[in-house]
Design a protein around this ligand. Sequence first.
Ligand SMILES: Cc1ncc(COP(=O)(O)O)c(C=O)c1O
Length: 390
Amino acid sequence: MSSVEERGLRFETRAIHAGQEAESAAGATIVPVYQTATYTQDAVGEHRGYEYSRSGNPTRTALETCLASLEGGRFGLAYGSGMAAIAGALQLVSGGEHVVVADDLYGGSHRLFTQVLPRYGIRFSYVDATRPEEMAKAIEPATRMIWIESPTNPLLRLIDVGACGEIAARAGALLVVDNTFATPYLQNPLALGAHVVVHSTTKYIGGHSDVIGGALVLDDEELWKKLRFTRNATGGVPGPWDAWLTLRGLKTLAVRMRQHETNAARVAAFLRSHRAVAHTHYPGFPEHPGHEIAKRQMRGFGGMVTIDVKGGGTAALRLCRSTRIFALAESLGGVESLIGYPWSMSHAAFSEEDRVAKGITQATVRLSVGIEDAEDLCDDLGQALARAAS
Ligand SMILES: Cc1ncc(COP(=O)(O)O)c(C=O)c1O
């Protein structure tokens, strides 16, 4: 389907058709896995748009086109992992330049920003981005980029993307938004003032916990050309099978997200009233500090729920090993429910002091609520909380 035909079509239709015309050789309805490293040329320099699969591959192009359509951007770039996409975006920043980062972010991004990129002369300042005035204060003449996630991992805080977009515009900086938790089904940062959207497609976009991947989506052609150039120069592309699996997952993103959301709301309500739970973080609750921002900039509250259990680290660790349906595993966003312990899993890259300052404690447990039966999920958490408290 060409971008002209695609205009006016809704999310669910674009997820299944954007960039996915029938293939020309045999008419295959589904985009094939172009398992090839190279492409035969008719004469030197005469080819059909593809020369070598690091530079371009038709399966990957289909995924990129579909992702761009769903995020409302003109260009998509797929990477071999979410971290490769993040590292790719940071290649827009040069040594001597400065990045303002929302301090509540994925541990892997924090590790890259604190332990790798400073070696190349890039400077980072960390701010509480729930207070945009803090972000504005951190801007310097050398600030090239503002980096945020919303909702944040793992405490599901909400950052006002539009307010950050205005700060970026005033500073002449790029606003990059990691949209992994929200997905394009629930939030489109480009429409809110962001310049680049980041995804770990490993999560909801792939949706089945069977493939690692990442992506950037953007609207600016010059930036896209720069990013495409550096991705080709550095080589962090996904293979065709991974692109194909991700594209297959993407087709059902809307139906999965609706079920994730329904189940998360049910699980959050169950946990909020459970006597072994001290606090339930879920942006769908009216008392959640980011609830109004979520209502304004998202089309739902997502599938993640985080709790602080009573009984501290001992009870939290017992809970993590007592669930029967929720698997104790890194990652999130798959059809199956996962339970994670940010203190020593996803956020272990932060110092203990930083974790505590952010509100991540030894009692914090993160739940990626899957699309199983919601009552089965509540029963599972109920029995595990009872065992954790005993
Ligand atoms: C918000 C967020 N961004 C980026 C990443 C990194 O993605 P990947 O694991 O695909 O490299 C993760 C991984 O958990 C994440 O949660």
